[in-house]
Ligand binder design. Structure first.
Ligand code: PHE
Length: 338
């Protein structure tokens, strides 16, 4: 019996366990009800009385050793810092948890893609603008309401500086520095001094478009916008409602027919089926003149839309503020979008 126990003890010294499954089989082999250790204890009754104590102690040391081995290996294989990956270099790497693009970027990229494919380029400009590029060059008379302190954030240091209220300012910069034909879209962040609510925020994002060439007409504007709405929303019924912008003449607002198929459709279209999507118009000749473009020879159209509004429509987002909170539970929903 003693010899048998000694053999087990030397075996235990050499034991090699590779993973948790090995640990479990080892446990079953030695200390489960029908394992080696309980079996040895049951044999104890046949051991002569004078040796009983010694043999009992030996079996106990086997049991102790087994428990030590089990807890040691369990810790090794379950702990994060396990060096098991060094032992098995063929193991696949752990998955990296990928982040997701922000819905504003997703929608912005979708819009950019549509226009890049039909020959537009991308132009960008500063968020801190001067009065000329944000207002004056765009034919905004000095006392126009859009210049009111309530809508515009002015910089204290220099009242000529402000946070741009639209990316039309980028279009002015682009016209100043380029000759027609011009086909450009200007995506970017804009700022307005508005109360924050479910529907409005003091900054948001826009994409504005501009096309200047010889003989550009309202028909080109309508066709371009029709192409855009088909591509982005898959909707092909649009209407242009007369509107007013200081920098376009005539000006219009584009509505798309969204439909009235669900309760949500009724809610977002206020029961009409129509949704207002963007502002547009033919560039006012004064704006061309301000940028030293010959308004007799060239004409053009412009349009501007808010990305947040489109994202809210496409993803049925009820409150604009969710777009700025960076709550991972919200953002993770866009994992599969590009
Ligand atoms: N700049 C306008 C706005 O911010 C949008 C617009 C752009 C309208 C171009 C007409 C033409 O609301």
């Amino acid at each position: 019996m003693i010899k048998e126990i000694e053999k087990h003890l030397t075996d235990l010294e050499k034991i090699k366990l590779k993973n948790l499954d090995d640990v479990e089989s080892f446990r079953i082999k030695y200390i489960s009800k029908k394992g080696i250790v309980p079996y040895m204890f049951s044999q104890l009754r046949d051991v002569p009385n004078k040796d009983k104590r010694e043999v009992g102690l030996q079996i106990n040391s086997v049991k102790q050793k087994v428990n030590e081995i089990i807890s040691l290996h369990k810790e090794k294989f379950t702990s994060k810092k396990s060096n098991s990956s060094f032992e098995d270099l063929t193991k696949p790497a752990e998955f990296l948890k990928l982040g997701s693009r922000h819905p504003i970027s997703i929608v912005k990229n979708k819009i950019i893609d549509i226009f890049l494919k039909i020959g537009f380029d991308i132009s960008e400009g500063p968020e801190i603008e001067d009065d000329w590029h944000n207002f004056t060059a765009l034919n905004l008379p000095e006392h126009h309401p859009a210049r009111d302190m309530q809508d515009t954030f002015y910089l204290n240091k220099n009242p000529d500086w402000l946070l741009r209220t639209h990316t039309s300012s980028v279009q002015i910069r682009h016209m100043e520095n380029n000759e027609p034909p011009i086909r450009t879209i200007s995506p970017g962040r804009v700022y307005r001094n508005e109360d924050i609510s479910a529907r409005s925020h003091c900054f948001f994002h826009q994409v504005e478009g501009l096309y200047i060439d010889e003989g550009v007409s309202f028909v080109d504007l309508k066709q371009t916008l029709l192409h855009f709405t088909k591509e982005l929303f898959g909707k092909s019924k649009i209407r242009l409602r007369p509107s007013y912008f200081p920098f376009t003449e005539p000006s219009a607002e584009l509505d798309i027919y969204w439909g009235l198929e669900s309760e949500a459709d009724y809610r977002i279209t206020k029961g009409t089926g129509w949704l207002e999507i963007l502002g547009c118009g033919m560039v006012d000749p004064n704006v061309l003149k301000n940028c030293k473009i010959d308004s007799e020879k060239f004409s053009g159209f412009a349009f501007g839309l808010g990305i947040e509004r489109i994202a809210m429509l496409l993803y049925q987002i009820e409150d604009i503020r969710t777009l700025y909170e960076n709550d991972l539970r919200f953002l993770n929903q866009f994992n599969n979008s590009i």
